[in-house]
Design a protein around this ligand. Sequence first.
Ligand code: DX5
Ligand code: ZN
Length: 215
Amino acid sequence: MHLIAPSILSADFANLQTACEMLNKSDADWFHIDVMDGVFVPNISFGMPIIKAIRKHSTKVFDVHLMIVEPDKYIKDFKAVGADILTVHYEACTHLHRTIQAIKSEGMKAGVSLNPHTNVSVLEDIIADLDLVLIMSVNPGFGGQSFIENTYSKIEKLKEIIKSKNSKALIEIDGGVTSANAKKLINAGADVLVAGSFVFNSANPIKTIHELKNI
Ligand code: DX5
Ligand code: ZN
């Protein structure tokens, strides 16, 4: 069964406790948390203090997506505020193997994210060490953008690499996910779907999450 990870980026930042309580009651599996530094991506979201504050109100797995340069500097800090899964960008890491080992040594699951232009083949020599690959299906930085269709073939190629290397990595898709493309993404091989605006801008987010989970 696939997993659903609603993204906090589209929640009402003045009412994050309410968003946590809604998600606690919902069929969401993970809470997707987007950290942006204004350098790796052209936007700034929030950092550790916000994650620490919402951790107290959430019963869900914290799936933290770092869109930042030099993530190695902050691995221990993200563990301290409650990250369960820590995902870094391939494009932001010069020594990716070292970064992944550092995340795991803190007791977190380790993920790598790929921008839309990055070929999945770059992960061949690290895939066996990964718990998660996050394929960006929009250019990172903003919620509410439209889905890039090339994502389906990336999922299929990545699935082959995962199988050939006996990796247990899950495939997560992030950006422009809706009930219109969710089924096709799962059929292509996606294990986890992130949804921001589609969930939080809907009239009934709990129902929308339920629909995505049971698609
Ligand atoms: C974009 C973020 C996404 C974003 C997705 O840079 O990584 O997680 O919240 O938002 P939607 O689902 O609205 O495209
Ligand atoms: Zn994200």
